[in-house]
Design a protein around this ligand. Structure first.
Ligand code: GDP
Length: 386
């Protein structure tokens, strides 16, 4: 499906940059336009692929290009004030050619956390195309303010977008990794999963004689509302054209049973393994199973079995399925999109910690005001100058 990507804030910009790198390396390009919005000049300068004219600096009069810190209320304010600057860049997007907007933002910071919901509301008001969010949750070790920002941004953004796709940094960090290299690896994981999904909807009917290619309308229908998460599993397969063995073995022709079993087990692995937002898959309202890999290893039965398994697992009647043929690949994979998920312990925990952080912040602020009043109080024995 063709997307207009808008990266909001530092994380958002970096991830959209990574999407562009991914998109330029595949045949089924899904990025129609890419824009970065930030209140910090240096973050915009650090991007590699987003065209210069699509890097929009907001809040210049308020923060002079230095960013809003982790103040997401200020992030929302400067976005509101400079929405015309952002619209100027969106005016250059051929919106009639896109299937949807995707706003990408780290939810724990300031600019993206506060700005993404403001932009989503604005886009929904103007365009009929769906507006999706890709929200990145902070790690639990980032501290109370990031958690509070993320919880408030999540609550706001989920109501402004058609669907909020979520990636949880906390579930994907590795011990002993530096923050910088950690993000590089994580961004790669993000783009691989979401990129495969969006590119799957871009396979033209002429590209390959696929048994049942995924259509962008199936992705759109699955993303009808709510919160979504993605699972992915793959395994290397022996290519039918590879090696000496193939000339002697009859099973390299196409072993339907092996392909079917492999796909069913990949769908199960993708669903029950690490999701972008860990949750109870059974709580999903809708789902989409996409089988990826070289066409000679894909068969209709495999996707159908995987789809049926997910139907049983979720109890949902709205589980779609299809192929994303990738000729020449030596691996076969399954992408599982779970949408409308409701049993998400991570969100409950995020909200709980955020409520505590909010209470602590309020009581610290009240105490500080009291202490300050005590500091300057002279019991009326000193007069101020004026
Ligand atoms: P902003 O520029 O004010 O919107 O804030 P940032 O985007 O710098 O940070 C917001 C949050 O995003 C942080 O708390 C991190 O959890 C996360 N984050 C920052 N950079 C990256 C990145 O490159 N990748 C990922 N996955 N998360 C990031």
């Amino acid at each position: 499906m063709k997307l207009a990507l808008i990266g909001f804030g530092q994380a958002g910009g970096k991830i959209v940059d990574e999407f562009l790198a991914y998109d330029s390396a595949i045949d089924n390009s899904f990025v129609e336009a890419a824009i970065a919005v930030n209140s910090a000049t240096t973050d915009l300068q650090g991007l590699d692929y987003i065209p210069q004219e699509n890097r929009i600096l907001i809040g210049q009069t308020r923060v002079k290009g230095h960013g809003v810190g982790a103040d997401n209320e200020l992030g929302a304010e400067v976005t509101e004030a400079d929405i015309d600057e952002i619209q100027g860049a969106i005016d250059r997007v051929p919106v009639h050619e896109i299937d949807a907007f995707l706003i990408v933002a780290g939810m724990g910071g300031g600019t993206g956390s506060g700005g993404a919901p403001v932009l989503a509301r604005h886009l929904k008001r103007i365009y009929t195309e769906p507006v999706y969010g890709l929200g990145i949750l902070p790690g639990t070790d980032e501290g109370g303010i990031y958690t509070l920002n993320a919880a408030r941004s999540f609550k706001t953004l989920v109501d402004e977008v058609d669907n909020l796709l979520v990636f949880d940094n906390d579930a994907w960090r590795s011990a002993g990794e530096s923050v910088g290299s950690g993000y590089d690896r994580i961004n790669h994981e993000i783009v691989e999963r979401f990129g495969l999904l969006f590119a799957a909807g871009e396979v033209g009917q002429n590209d390959h004689v696929a048994e049942s290619v995924v259509d962008s309308s199936e992705i759109i229908n699955t993303l009808e509302s709510g919160v979504s998460t993605i699972g992915y599993a793959s395994e290397t397969v022996e290519s039918a054209n590879d090696g000496l063995l193939s000339s002697f073995r009859s099973d390299t022709e196409f072993d339907e049973g092996t392909a079917t079993n492999r796909m069913t087990s990949l769908v199960r692995k993708a669903t029950l393994g690490r999701l972008t937002l860990p949750c109870d898959a059974a709580s999903a309202d809708r789902g989409l199973v996409v089988a990826t890999g070289s066409p000679e290893h894909l068969n209709r039965k495999g996707v159908e079995r995987g789809r049926q398994w997910l139907e049983d697992e979720t109890g949902s009647m709205e589980i779609r399925g299809g192929d994303y043929p990738l000729p020449g690949r030596d691996d076969v994979g399954a992408i599982v999109l779970l949408s409308g998920v409701t049993a998400v312990p991570r969100i409950d925990q995020l909200q709980q910690v955020a409520i505590e952080a909010q209470e602590t912040t309020e009581s610290v602020r009240a105490n500080a005001q009291e202490d300050f009043a005590t500091l300057v109080d002279t019991s009326g024995e000193l007069d101020a100058l004026f």
